[in-house]
Design a protein around this ligand. Structure first.
Ligand SMILES: Cc1cc2nc3c(=O)[nH]c(=O)nc-3n(C[C@H](O)[C@H](O)[C@H](O)COP(=O)(O)OP(=O)(O)OC[C@H]3O[C@@H](n4cnc5c(N)ncnc54)[C@H](O)[C@@H]3O)c2cc1C
Length: 598
């Protein structure tokens, strides 16, 4: 049987977007949603409109009974079971559908977090790593919404450094159970969860996952945390004191808990990405409607250029991030599919897919959460004083958005991780960054081409994108060669390299999505999507140039510095478009539609 690595080689590999040109036909876009996916979207939107929105005030006051009632209703509708096989009561739809679900659920505010923690970090560890007996026992009531799940990784002393957990598990003398002791912090759904995935070190050394039930003796909860936002979501500490955990409740292998913790986070990160897109769309809708209604100086504030700039910028970030999230989601889903077709188990297939695209998952977590924060901040600004009032939706939205840059690995950790994974894949030969970087260096020694650019659709943008990839390869290659192992501790450089990669992935996703849409319709029909893509690319080139200079000047000197700066200039040369006019056009489309319309 082929290995996961061999099967993954048959498609675009994780991180390979840095090296290869990808075509519009290679990517999935939101325009490709199936009829089934559209029907699910309608069902979830109706549910939120009818059952959640009228209850926002109660939910925000942490009405746990109502939260669990609504989750149960989602169970009855089959929504909780969408990621799970029918053996356990689910419908096991593809990964893109799961990602779409996270996007849609974002409109339910705090309930989205309860839903996400339950169906994602709560239940997936059991699906991915559980024994058949564990799955049979725990998943059906969780899928039905009769019970709820939570994930206990963080401790007071270990957050980003999750493997430094102090919780411990010691095998009892009779070998039938472990004695679990420890304290977990910031646990979403803790107030009503029945089943916890808990990480602890066996004999203080071997980091291991356990399935723990709420009703077992020795399990207790702290008070609800008084949080900045997502106030309708239960977040509590969970204490374990001499809890007897039967040996059959060890999750996965002893000492392999890190595999569970990190792989679950890969999935969590891209789901957070799509949730952030969903949240950003809700905010954009509020902002557009308010800007159209609110009059100052005798006219709607949406007629002012400064407001139009904000509305357009929200839409650009949403469109671009959405393009990238669904592209990555489909790559994950396709690989899952190939792995299953090649005889891998469900757990191996689901894990293999997300692990392969862990770089993209980390990038999406960072950029989508920052898109959401941008949308919330500018959305509040568009509301003016009303943005600061609890009577309007923006104040709560602004607070709620902020958590997304913190959990599922902070954005700092994810930025560093994304570069670290590229370097590791280069070292183990999965990504041929070394030869690609050498080719760029060789190209730099040759005369630049003065041939006229081809005139095909987005030709200039695609050439620019190729140049950004070359610029990244040049700088990442030279920096890694110069700093060697020291690079892993040069965090400021890693952050810049990560942002350069992120901009490449986002710009490419938007270019290909717009091209695909244009091929299906016409150049005229996608004029605004072209505007959004071009404005994003133009700003990305500026950011890239800025970040590149920071990287070069952080370590290079003399001739090396001059050559790299020259290379950077060559690869960031771009004839700009009129971004003011393009943003006005984008804003006008939003204003006319009175909602986010892309
Ligand atoms: C509302 C909420 C819900 C949560 N839900 C859950 C849950 O359900 N289950 C769960 O297990 N956890 C949960 N968490 C915990 C969350 O995952 C952690 O808060 C997060 O991982 C950050 O850990 P920390 O808070 O200890 O911050 P720290 O790790 O102390 O980080 C503090 C700052 O230092 C930075 N930093 C840390 N290490 C480095 C480094 N090596 N280099 C550079 N910068 C660094 C961070 O980026 C951050 O800016 C939740 C948290 C919140 C607030």
């Amino acid at each position: 049987m082929e290995t996961i690595d061999q099967i993954a080689q048959q498609s675009i590999r994780g991180g390979e977007f840095l090296l290869k040109d990808i075509t519009a036909q290679d990517i999935f876009t939101p325009e490709d949603f199936s009829e089934d996916q559209r029907m699910i979207a309608t069902m979830v939107k109706d549910f939120i409109e009818q059952r959640v929105v009228p209850n926002f005030n109660r939910l925000e006051k942490l009405d746990i009974d109502l939260t669990t009632k609504l989750l149960k209703e989602l169970g009855d509708l089959g929504v909780l079971g969408i990621p799970f096989p029918d053996t356990y009561g689910g419908s096991q739809m593809d990964f893109v559908t799961n990602i779409l679900l996270s996007e849609l659920m974002a409109a339910s505010r705090s309930l989205a977090l309860s839903f996400g923690a339950h169906t994602s970090i709560g239940m997936l560890p059991i699906l991915y790593f559980g024994t058949e007996a564990q799955k049979q026992k725990y998943l059906p009531p969780l899928v039905a919404g009769d019970q709820f799940a939570a994930y206990c990784l963080t401790e007071p002393g270990s957050g980003s450094d999750a493997l430094a957990a102090k919780s411990s598990a010691v095998l009892a003398d009779d070998g039938t159970h472990y004695l679990l002791n420890g304290q977990k912090m910031w646990i979403t759904n803790a107030g009503f969860a029945d089943v916890f995935t808990v990480f602890a070190k066996v004999d203080g050394k071997h980091f291991t996952g356990f399935i723990v039930e709420k009703n077992w003796e020795g399990v207790s909860l702290g008070a609800e945390e008084d949080k900045l936002g997502i106030k309708g979501s239960s977040t509590r500490q969970v204490f374990f004191e001499q809890v007897k955990v039967p040996t059959e409740n060890v999750l996965g292998e002893i000492g392999k808990g890190h595999k569970i913790a990190f792989n679950i986070l890969n999935v969590g990160r891209i789901k957070l990405g799509s949730g952030a897109i969903g949240g950003s769309k809700v905010i954009s809708n509020h902002a557009i409607r308010y800007a159209n209604e609110r009059k100052q100086f005798g006219q709607a504030i949406s007629s002012f250029g400064a407001i139009q700039h904000k509305l357009a910028e929200q839409a650009i970030k949403i469109y671009v991030n959405e393009s990238a999230v669904y592209r990555a989601a489909n790559d994950i889903g396709q690989l899952e599919h190939s792995l299953l077709a090649n005889g891998k188990s469900l757990g191996e297939a689901l894990l293999g897919g997300a692990e392969e695209y862990a770089i993209e998952c980390a990038l999406m977590k960072v950029h989508s959460s920052e898109c959401l924060d941008f949308a919330a901040d500018e959305g509040l600004q568009i509301f003016g004083g009303m943005g600061y009032s609890e009577e309007a939706p923006m104040a709560a939205t602004y607070r709620d958005a902020r958590i997304n840059r913190i959990f599922e690995g902070t954005n700092e950790i994810n930025r560093m991780l994304s570069v670290d994974m590229v370097l590791k894949r280069t070292m183990n030969g999965t990504l041929d960054l070394v030869n690609a970087a050498k080719a760029v260096q060789k190209e730099l020694l040759s005369m630049p081409s003065f041939e006229a650019a081809p005139v095909s659709f987005f030709a200039q943008e695609k050439t620019m994108l190729q140049n950004l990839k070359k610029g990244f390869l040049l700088l990442a290659g030279a920096t890694a060669q110069a700093l060697l192992q020291k690079l892993s501790t040069e965090q400021e450089i890693l952050m810049q390299l990560s942002d350069m990669m992120g901009d490449i992935y986002l710009a490419e996703s938007a270019i290909l999505r717009t091209e695909k849409m244009t091929l299906r319709t016409s150049v005229e029909a996608t004029a605004r999507q072209q505007d959004m893509t071009r404005v994003f690319l133009e700003d990305a080139v500026e950011r890239f140039s800025f970040a590149g200079k920071r990287v070069i000047t952080a370590w290079a000197e003399g001739e090396m510095k001059r050559n790299l700066l020259m290379g950077l200039r060559r690869f960031t040369k771009y004839d700009g478009i009129n971004t003011v006019a393009a943003r006005r056009n984008i804003a006008q489309a939003l204003i006319d539609a009175n909602e986010y319309c892309f």
